[in-house]
Design a protein around this ligand. Structure first.
Ligand SMILES: Nc1ncnc2c1ncn2[C@@H]1O[C@H](COP(=O)(O)OP(=O)(O)O)[C@@H](O)[C@H]1O
Ligand SMILES: [Mg+2]
Length: 498
């Protein structure tokens, strides 16, 4: 018997078919992965089950009875809870207060009773949460556990977790998996959304794979290899691009940050006294949990955020206070974090490729359109971009947009390359391609600063890894010494190694 059956679910957004006749069957007491690449339709399917979206067609059954779920309230009444990617907790309130928030009708809270229940559930499922603690004092991992407690307090028998590990350091992932095992023992069913094969094979009983909005199939985890899952997920094997373990002479230092400090948009200290060097032919990875200063670091190094103290030296020349165009002029190539911000969607591929270098194509106040088109044709071929020079970039897929940006920046052969989150949101094929390009740049002798929240990416590509925590570099390790455990401890702020 299934606790939940989703039959022939279809959901369309404009031209996009996010779910295309998807079947999904959930058993009682299993941890069931919903696996698929970005954009495969995982979140959409679960938002339908949780009442945040309505399906265009298809049926949902809970305990063999057809149900209509029009809101999270309906979902909860059917024993379905969801922890989304963005938590909805109120920071100045306690854990216990958050757990009952919006749930109890009573005006008089029996505080002691709620705290006891929360504390019992927390212990039972291995979560170690103090019901009296204020949310604002809790780490991201702890907040996630509060969200799970909140669902359990509402008697959820089906718990949906949307990419729960994306915000966790490795040690917290172990804790979460321990909790999932205990939930399973208690007969609760967990839907675990992920695109990470390691996690899925470690923790789940069964896997349903989505690709391009369609369910490719459901398999028992015990009977399948990671390679087979990868094939189901992307329609081909992932080659897993990684840096070769070559021993290189240390190149000359190109980029040097000296005592660099900067503020965030709110005027709070975001980068604190950062000292780093990136040398020729080296990829320096910056690892860290999202929101620890990565964005500000990337912006500072491209001249779009003010420096409050310190120096940014390129071959000894200080760039602090200079215009972004001067950063480009001395050989800093920047691949922007937000692809849509990096180009103008209404302009053509060719125009976007020429952007930042328009001077080279103009003489006597006229643009040399032919030269712009010719360059674009060359780059489209070289970077294997699926587009024509005159296509508007907004019509391109994420992977092809990223290739346009890469072509624009890398064709200039910059000495230093700043790349924040280069593969976020890309499919496996495009991810492999981007990583290969970065390794090519390393081979060419560029100094590459790779800022990524994907620890696997950092480990696969970096020669050295620096960990950023609350705007500080808390450790720098050579790749050979950087294990996920050691990096995790640094990323969580538990230890410092400098
Ligand atoms: N609210 C929405 N409006 C328009 N398009 C959407 C919306 N939500 C999802 N999509 C599109 O539906 C597809 C599936 O998205 P999603 O379910 O978020 O995938 P996943 O969670 O597997 O990454 C994507 O192409 C996405 O852009
Ligand atoms: Mg999603």
């Amino acid at each position: 018997m299934h606790i939940v059956e989703m039959q022939g679910i279809t959901k369309q957004f404009g031209d996009v078919i996010a779910n295309d006749h998807v079947d999904f069957y959930l058993r009682k007491g299993e941890v069931h992965a919903l696996l698929g690449e970005n954009g495969a339709g995982k979140t959409t399917l679960m938002r339908i089950l949780y009442g945040l979206y309505q399906q265009d067609s298809g049926d949902v059954l809970v305990n063999d009875t057809k149900v209509s779920i029009h809101s999270p309230k309906d979902a909860i009444a059917n024993g379905i809870g969801m922890v989304t990617q963005h938590f909805a907790l109120v920071p100045p309130l306690t854990v216990a207060e958050n757990v009952v928030l919006g749930f109890t009708d009573s005006f008089v809270l029996d505080r002691a009773d709620i705290e006891r229940k929360v504390s019992e559930a927390s212990r039972k499922f291995g979560m170690d949460i103090d019901p009296k603690a204020l949310i604002r004092h809790l780490s991201v991992g702890q907040r996630q556990r509060v969200e799970i407690l909140k669902a359990l307090y509402r008697d959820a028998r089906v718990l949906i977790l949307d990419e729960p590990t994306a915000v966790l350091v490795p040690q917290e992932v172990d804790l979460l998996f321990d909790t999932l095992n205990r939930l399973r023992k208690d007969g609760i069913s967990v839907i675990f959304i992920s695109h990470k094969l390691d996690e899925v094979t470690t923790i789940t009983d069964r896997v349903t794979v989505l690709r391009d909005g369609k369910a490719v199939g459901t398999v028992d985890t015990a009977n399948i290899t990671k390679n087979d899952l990868a094939k189901m997920m992307v329609g081909r094997e992932s080659f897993g691009v990684t840096r070769q373990q070559d021993q290189k002479e240390n190149g000359k230092c190109i980029l040097e940050l000296k005592n660099l400090s900067a503020q965030d948009d709110k005027g709070l200290s975001a980068l604190k006294d950062i000292n780093l060097q990136v040398c020729e032919g080296e990829i320096l990875g910056i690892a860290g949990v999202s929101g620890n200063g990565q964005k500000e670091l990337a912006e500072t190094l491209c001249g779009v955020r003010n420096v409050s103290e310190g120096q940014i030296l390129i071959e000894g020349q200080d760039l602090v206070g200079k215009e972004p165009s001067q950063f480009t002029a001395v050989g800093i190539g920047r691949i922007p974090e937000d692809r849509h911000e990096g180009m103008v969607g209404e302009l053509s591929v060719a125009q976007n490729m020429a952007m930042e270098h328009l001077k080279e194509y103009s003489s006597g106040g006229r643009m040399d359109r032919k030269a712009i088109l010719a360059t674009a044709e060359k780059l489209i071929e070289q970077y294997q971009i699926k587009a024509r020079p005159n296509d508007k970039t907004r019509t391109l897929s994420g992977g092809n947009m990223q290739k346009v940006l890469l072509a624009r920046v890398l064709s200039r052969q910059p000495k230093t390359i700043i790349v924040p989150q280069p593969t976020r949101g890309l499919d496996v094929g495009a991810t492999d391609y981007v990583r290969e390009q970065l390794l090519e740049q390393r081979k060419r002798g560029a100094a590459v600063l790779l800022i990524s929240e994907d620890l696997d990416e950092i480990l696969a590509l970096s020669d050295r890894i620096a960990v950023i925590y609350e705007g500080e570099i808390v450790g720098v390790l050579p790749a050979q010494e950087a294990t996920a455990e050691r990096l995790g401890l640094l990323m969580s702020g538990a230890v410092k190694e400098n």
